[in-house]
Design a protein around this ligand. Structure first.
Ligand SMILES: Nc1ncnc2c1ncn2[C@@H]1O[C@H](COP(=O)(O)OP(=O)(O)OP(=O)(O)O)[C@@H](O)[C@H]1O
Ligand SMILES: *[C@@H]1O[C@H](CO)[C@@H](O)[C@H](O)[C@H]1NC(C)=O
Ligand SMILES: *[C@@H]1O[C@H](CO)[C@@H](O)[C@H](O)[C@H]1NC(C)=O
Ligand SMILES: *[C@@H]1O[C@H](CO)[C@@H](O)[C@H](O)[C@H]1NC(C)=O
Ligand SMILES: *[C@@H]1O[C@H](CO)[C@@H](O)[C@H](O)[C@H]1NC(C)=O
Ligand SMILES: [Mg+2]
Length: 603
């Protein structure tokens, strides 16, 4: 009897599954989205790919889903010239985390049902024509961090239930028609007059306007102090500069002889290299060999000039030094400029490191990766020749510079975040075999003259040829950026890179080093620090004060992505491609912030 029941039940499930597959029925969330679309007037047909013939809505314009259960987590449709109303069906999307409908022409009320989206974190309804009041049920959205209802036609009192939103970090109710006393309780006490601009009938402590019924309370606003941690960590010291000079001058005479040999060799062998690169080899007496390899004919100079230039590098040309050696600036006769990284030969394993970096980098070209032009092996040292990136490392820019060369604006930081994500996603997903970077940090993001980022230093990267190839006993990488499981097991994966990238995002937002003394004092790193704050801060308190152009929307989006990258369990982190997609969706919204000027046509 029981057996029979089980078989019957199994058949039912099987049938349902088959039915589901064969008819490609749209998921429930998809149906809900179509209901929402039906009350919108999509004047410009932006939602034309929202079709009931799809199996999931996950590829629809402005929609993102959770990768596992395909539930809708984000609706991102700002500046889409949508008219109509926000359907109460929105409440059925109970896994929704972000709803961004700002800069449209929506009217009608904010539906109470929105309170059923219990995981909602960010609600952007700014710059529409929404009417009515704020549903007090919004106070039930305990995860809400951003509530932007500014520039609508909303009226009535501000419900005190908003004070229960303990995680609220950004609130903007400006330019509406709200009235009455602003409840001075819970989360609502934390926001100042900038959250309530232009509501002439509002009163209360937050807007420094006493209400008639409660005259005479002190007008004191909490003022955000400027307690920027100002203790810079010391840069790694420049080392072994003298060694190079000594070695170089000792070899001077030898090189004149060598160059003659090389030049003759080069002329005679000029066109023989059928490979991707040309190789100039010269055995010189014993084991010592001089090799100059230029990739893709990428270094259009005679070998003699290159070697001569390398030879003449000295202390004055040093631009920095790191774990593997010293970096020099090399200027050719035609003013072409390159970075030469001298690998410290005395270091254990640096020979292999050198060959590996060469092998990988030489075959990889991407706009957001540092281009390796060639390499040179001298009897005494090994040198990599890279493009020179005029603006140096992100680390220097964020933490070392005074204000002399300008600080990084928020929009510049977003561009850096996106570009680095593209470079890293390329390594993880488009290279064959895939490449784990292992040392993602601000020191390894270099900036060109347009402030476009280029990820550098693949010296730690290792080709993922077989399953066990990425097990290493030595944890390379830099403290503060390392994923907990990488620290524990020494096993680097794409997901440990994702963690490091999340730390990099936090560094961009806060302008603080991941190991800033103010975290270390509390036994935390930047990730732990941010987690420890939970609800008790406003966005403007964590964002780098130097970013005067930071807007809550993108700051919150980047923090949200960073939080997902840095969760403790690697399996729960998104892949780099997903990170990139999130960044593009959330950060590259069409026409950010110039809505108020005009509805420009490219929108
Ligand atoms: N291609 C380049 N163009 C311009 N500057 C560079 C270039 N490569 C490196 N630098 C400069 O040299 C410094 C040292 O680089 P290096 O890679 O040796 O050390 P690091 O990145 O600080 O640490 P790690 O050894 O872990 O990579 C960088 O911080 C950067 O300022
Ligand atoms: C949609 O908007 C267009 C342009 O504003 C208007 O002509 C049309 O009547 C609207 N349709 C509906 C159903 O409201
Ligand atoms: C909101 O929370 C209150 C109690 O805190 C509860 O009574 C009410 O039903 C909730 N509303 C919704 C829509 O969940
Ligand atoms: C808003 O508050 C600040 C102090 O926090 C004050 O300097 C400023 O004048 C206030 N603005 C208005 C319009 O009241
Ligand atoms: C809220 O929006 C208004 C414009 O509508 C803006 O002037 C104000 O600075 C914003 N407030 C905050 C806290 O960002
Ligand atoms: Mg480096």
């Amino acid at each position: 009897m029981q057996m029979g029941m089980e078989v019957w039940y199994f058949k039912l499930i099987l049938a349902a599954t088959l039915l589901g597959i064969s008819s490609h029925a749209l998921t429930e969330d998809g149906e809900t989205l179509l209901e929402i679309k039906s009350t919108l007037n999509d004047t410009k047909n932006f939602l034309s790919n929202w079709r009931d013939t799809d199996a999931t809505p996950c590829k629809w314009t402005g929609v993102s889903c959770h990768p596992n259960d395909l539930r809708v987590t984000s609706i991102n449709l700002p500046y889409m010239q949508l008219e109509g109303i926000v359907s109460s069906s929105i409440g059925k999307l109970n896994r929704l985390q972000r709803l961004k409908l700002h800069g449209n022409s929506l009217h009608g009320v904010i539906p109470n049902e929105i309170a059923h989206c219990s995981e909602l974190r960010a609600l952007y309804l700014r710059a529409n024509y929404l009417q009515g009041g704020i549903p007090s049920e919004i106070g039930n959205l305990s995860y809400l961090t951003v509530l932007d209802l500014s520039s609508n036609l909303l009226k009535g009192a501000i419900p005190s239930s908003l004070g229960r939103l303990t995680r609220l970090r950004y609130l903007n109710l400006s330019t509406n028609f709200f009235s009455g006393e602003i409840p001075d309780f819970g989360a609502l006490s934390a926001f100042g007059n900038k959250s309530f601009i232009g509501n002439l009938d509002l009163c209360g402590r937050q807007v420094q306007k006493p209400c008639r019924t409660s005259l005479g309370f002190p007008v004191v606003l909490p003022h955000a102090g400027s307690d920027e941690a100002a203790v810079p960590t010391k840069r790694s010291s420049h080392h072994t500069k003298g060694l190079l000079i000594g070695a170089m001058s000792a070899l001077g005479v030898a090189f004149i002889v060598l160059l003659t040999f090389l030049w003759i060799w080069f002329l005679s062998k000029k066109e023989t290299a059928a490979n991707r690169y040309t190789e100039v080899k010269k055995k010189f007496e014993s084991e010592a060999a001089t090799i100059l390899v230029t990739f893709h004919g990428d270094l259009p100079y005679p070998s003699s000039e290159i070697i001569e230039k390398i030879e003449s590098l000295d202390e004055e040309d040093v631009v920095g030094s790191g774990g593997f050696g010293t970096v020099y600036r090399m200027v050719m006769n035609d003013c072409g400029t390159f970075a030469v990284k001298r690998i410290d030969r005395s270091r254990e394993g640096s020979v292999q490191l050198f060959e590996r970096e060469l092998e990988i980098l030489g075959s990889i070209k991407h706009i957001n990766l540092v281009n390796l032009r060639g390499y040179c092996r001298l009897p005494t040292s090994k040198l990599l020749i890279y493009d020179y990136l005029a603006n140096g490392s992100l680390e220097d820019f964020l933490h070392e510079r005074g204000d002399d060369r300008g600080t990084l604006s928020w929009s510049a930081r977003l561009k850096i975040a996106l570009g680095s994500a593209r470079g890293l996603a390329y390594l993880h997903h488009d290279c064959c075999p895939r490449i784990v970077h292992r040392d993602i940090k601000s020191g390894n993001v270099l900036l060109d003259e347009n402030m476009e980022p280029h990820v550098s230093d693949f010296g730690l990267a290792k080709l993922l040829v077989d399953e066990d190839a990425n097990v290493t006993t030595v944890v390379a990488g830099t403290f503060g950026y390392l994923a907990p499981e990488y620290l524990q097991s020494g096993r680097a994966t794409e997901k440990s890179d994702v963690y490091s990238f999340g730390v990099l995002l936090l560094e961009l937002v806060t302008g603080k080093r991941p190991t800033d003394p103010c975290f270390i004092k509390k036994g935390l790193n930047i990730v732990g620090w941010l987690n420890s704050l939970l609800g008790g801060y406003r966005l403007e308190d964590v964002v780098d004060r130097r970013c005067t152009d930071a807007d809550a929307e993108t700051v919150e989006a980047v923090l949200n992505i960073a939080a997902r990258c840095t969760v403790a369990s690697p399996d729960d982190r998104p892949s780099m491609n997903q990170v990139l997609q999130l960044l593009e969706q959330e950060v590259l919204s069409p026409c950010p912030s110039d809505f108020y000027e005009s509805h420009s046509d490219y929108c």
